[in-house]
Design a protein around this ligand. Structure first.
Ligand SMILES: Nc1ncnc2c1ncn2[C@@H]1O[C@H](COP(=O)(O)OP(=O)(O)OP(=O)(O)O)[C@@H](O)[C@H]1O
Length: 301
């Protein structure tokens, strides 16, 4: 449903995105994560046909992103979405429905249904008088006005309070369940973890890791073992009448077993803990890409 092939974007001699190749299947929720400046927004804007790639190509819903017809199949939510402050949600959304040639009755029903789903009150209040969370919901409703198959959301819930953030993430999840294909960028890895089927991790303009969360966990994560013994060992902590040692490998667990036996005790429980996506992300980001982001000969003096 989304295909990115060797996307590259240069600004002057600076390479914002390079070699970006991935595909997103129909009905999938796909996360693009990475630190500030990694190239997430640039990638999403190229997919949305808002930024011409320096090289490479992309398709959305079977159309090259350079084709204007593609836009009828796409809902794009930019990171910052300035709205017309003097309009109300209803007049604003009706305006966009007109732009997309959505039939009057269909548009009216869709606007009301979407605002109901988003639990947006005060539909006749001016947008300028609304909270940030309410404005974000209106921007999301706008992205759905043409009932697109594909949604590209840039940081859909950034800068919002935890309740609204949760609401928007759950809403996004429901859209996927209804069959929309969604690609979104995020900083809040907890939410990515909860709703994404697959992710790419970007750093310094390049994709440095990809896969579903299990794959990333296996490749970049760590397993921590909490080993409980009946006797005190070096570096163990007393907890509810038993002793807990924390180690990172099964070999170390076996060493604890041997030490416990030597001290006349035994291992009574072992609990494992996998790295969160946050930790995986930090491991990947720390490894860096190591290359220059400048085109050869264009490095700043
Ligand atoms: N119009 C532009 N001109 C020059 N450089 C730009 C331009 N737009 C983006 N960049 C640079 O390209 C790099 C990637 O920017 P981009 O906005 O895609 O990153 P991002 O991963 O979305 O970051 P953030 O999480 O901060 O939004 C950054 O170093 C940025 O400064």
């Amino acid at each position: 449903m989304i295909e990115a092939r060797e996307l590259r974007k240069e600004y002057g001699g600076f390479v914002a995105v390079e070699g970006s190749t991935f595909s997103v299947d129909s009905g999938e929720v796909f996360g693009v994560i990475g630190p500030n400046g990694a190239g997430k927004t640039t990638t999403l804007k190229m997919l949305a046909g808002l930024l011409d790639p320096t090289s490479g190509s992309a398709e959305v819903a079977g159309y090259d992103v350079a084709e204007t017809r593609m836009r009828h199949h796409l809902g794009f939510l930019p990171e910052e979405s300035p709205l017309y402050e003097e309009m109300t949600p209803i007049s604003y959304l009706s305006f966009f429905a007109d732009l997309y040639d959505v039939d009057g009755d269909v548009a009216e029903r869709r606007i009301h249904d979407t605002l109901d789903d988003l639990q947006l009150e005060h539909r006749h209040r001016q947008l300028g008088d609304m909270s940030k969370g309410m404005k974000r919901k209106v921007a999301i409703a706008r992205s759905l006005i043409n009932d697109p198959e594909v949604l590209i959301y840039d940081e859909p819930a950034s800068g919002l309070d935890p309740l609204t953030t949760n609401y928007i993430i759950e809403f996004t999840e429901r859209l996927a369940e209804e069959g929309k294909t969604i690609i979104f960028s995020a900083h809040n890895l907890f939410h990515v973890e909860s709703i994404c089927d697959r992710v790419v991790i970007m750093n310094e303009g390049q994709i440095v890791a990809r896969g579903d969360l299990d794959q990333l966990q296996r490749e970049y994560g760590e397993t921590t073992y909490h080993v409980y013994t009946t006797v005190e060992l070096a570096d163990s902590v007393r907890e509810n009448g038993r002793y807990r040692s924390v180690v990172q490998s099964m070999d170390a667990v076996e060493e604890i077993r041997a030490s416990a036996a030597e001290a006349g005790g035994e291992v009574i429980d072992i609990r494992t803990e996998e790295s969160s996506l946050e930790e995986v992300f930090l491991n990947v980001a720390e490894s860096g890409t190591g290359g220059s982001r400048y085109v050869e000969g264009e490095e700043p003096q």
